[in-house]
Design a protein around this ligand. Structure first.
Ligand SMILES: [Zn+2]
Length: 120
């Protein structure tokens, strides 16, 4: 796609040169300059168009990279976030008061600190 656009841009540049030559020929031979002038105008317009599309394609690529980066960091954040208020799968020690709590509990029996599962 990108290569096609570059080829198109090159062809447009060639057609501008051709149009310019035609314009010069028409001017020196005192023929109508309307047609070569129109060709030149359209070619320049097309170059601008293809250039804008190429520029946008570059921006889309940048955005894709950013999205991939964001996806990665979001995934990293989510996989690090502890699950809140899970039932403890084993006996656990309260991080606040150090009380040993039974398996399957959600809160410390002494200070009511919630059990956090840190391993996924
Ligand atoms: Zn506690």
């Amino acid at each position: 796609m990108r290569t096609l656009l570059r080829v198109l841009l090159l062809l447009q540049i060639v057609s501008v040169v051709v149009a310019f030559c035609l314009l010069m020929v028409a001017m020196t031979s005192k023929e109508s300059v309307l047609l070569p002038l129109l060709l030149l105008f359209v070619s320049v317009l097309n170059i601008a168009l293809v250039y804008v599309v190429l520029k946008n394609a570059d921006e889309v690529d940048e955005l894709k990279k950013d999205v991939a980066k964001l996806k990665r960091s979001t995934f990293a954040i989510f996989s690090q976030t502890p699950t809140l208020s899970e039932n403890a799968p084993t006996e656990w020690e309260c991080p606040k008061c150090g009380t040993k709590n039974r398996k399957g509990t959600q809160k410390c029996c002494k200070c009511s600190t919630r059990y956090f599962s840190v391993d996924q």
